[in-house]
Structures are given as structure tokens and as C-alpha cells.
Design a protein. Structure first.
Length: 196
């Protein structure tokens, strides 16, 4: 069917906070921790960085269960998201704990990119769940709204926006972490898929 998301596709992920004004998932600045590459926040544009630094808001969808490139992504699949900043921005990963303010609202882990696809016990693996799709054949499509659930240590939480970006993500819009609740506030864990 047309518009199916396939392994190997390059996408932008738009956050649903404030009627989809939460920004696009993005990498900002180099991470200071060993094994990690970049901090993660949202940005107003899916193409925040241009020129040699292009690709900060572009993610390649890869299977974490051995499905080949070109196969459709099915709701519930286990995936990796590889950032394309300068060609290799690392893999979306849970790393370190959420901030105190984030923890007070159910936050679990901070989110960064890592050099390896699965740095620690599921930290770079995400289950993708579509809210719905048309037709209802279980495939995920461009334009669908999805939740991304991390598998770190068996339960890494749902990818969401929480608090304004600052500190190491200066220049970003909203900070990104994982949360125990799938949508602790209106649409913060909703991500709309756009083709890059």
C-alpha cells in the first residue's frame, strides 16, 4: 500500500505538544559522557542545521529484530532510530536519569544519541506503536501519530517532551526524556511521522 513506512526510510518526528507545536526531534551539541554522541531536544524546524551539519532532525528507521530494509514497519515492531547529523549522529538512546523536575512528573531517563545501536541492555531499542492507520492492516504510515517506548532494562518509558531545552541543549525548543506514563500531559508523547 502507498505511504507505508519502510525500514531504511528517513523521517522527521514532530512532537504533539500544544497542537503539534512541540518541535521536531533533533540532536544538539556533542555529549560529554563516554559512549554518547549528542544531546537530544526538539527544534522548531526539522532542518535546523544546514551545510556540513545537516541532518540533525533526520532519523533513519532500522529494524532491531532483523527485518530487512524495504520491509514495512508494523505497529509494535522493535526499531532503532539512527540520526543523520553529518551522516552519523548516533542512535536514539536512553542515557542517565531524567531531571528532578521530570521525575516529579513520571520521568525516567534522559535521551541522547549513542555511538552503538544498543549501548546498554535495550537502551537503543524502541517499540513503535501507531495510534491508528488507514487501512487498518497494522502497518505504520507516513502521517501517522506514534508512541515510542524504550526497552532499557525491560521498561525504559515513553519518549516525550518535558520542560524547556537549556543547558547542553541550548538552541533547542523542548527537552526530551522518557516517562512511565504514555501521555502524562496533552500529547507530549505523540510523534507525527513526516518523510524527510
Amino acid at each position: 500500500m502507498a505511504n507505508e513506512l519502510k525500514y531504511g526510510d528517513k523521517i522527521h518526528l514532530q512532537n504533539g505538544y500544544d497542537d503539534f507545536k512541540g518541535g521536531y526531534l533533533d540532536t544538539l551539541n556533542h555529549h560529554t559522557s563516554a559512549g554518547l554522541k549528542h544531546y537530544v531536544a526538539t527544534a522548531d524546524s526539522p532542518t535546523r542545521a544546514t551545510g556540513a551539519g545537516a541532518g540533525t532532525g533526520t532519523w533513519e528507521v532500522l529494524s532491531a529484530s532483523g527485518k530487512a530494509a524495504g520491509n514495512p514497519v508494523v505497529s509494535g515492531d522493535l526499531i532503532h532510530l539512527r540520526n543523520l547529523y553529518s551522516g552519523d549522529g548516533g542512535y536514539l538512546d536512553t542515557a542517565n536519569h531524567a531531571s528532578t523536575d521530570q521525575k516529579n512528573a513520571g520521568g525516567k531517563y534522559d535521551v541522547a544519541t549513542a555511538a552503538s545501536s544498543d549501548r546498554a541492555n535495550g537502551s537503543g531499542k524502541w517499540r513503535i506503536f501507531a495510534q491508528t492507520s488507514t487501512p487498518g492492516d497494522q502497518n505504520v504510515r507516513v502521517g501517522d501519530i506514534v508512541h515510542l517506548w524504550n526497552t532499557y532494562d525491560g521498561n525504559g518509558g515513553f519518549l516525550e517532551t518535558n520542560q524547556h531545552a537549556g543547558g547542553d541543549t541550548q538552541g533547542g525548543k523542548l527537552d526530551v526524556c522518557t516517562n512511565a506514563y504514555f501521555n502524562r500531559a496533552a500529547n507530549v508523547a505523540d510523534w507525527k511521522i513526516h518523510k524527510a
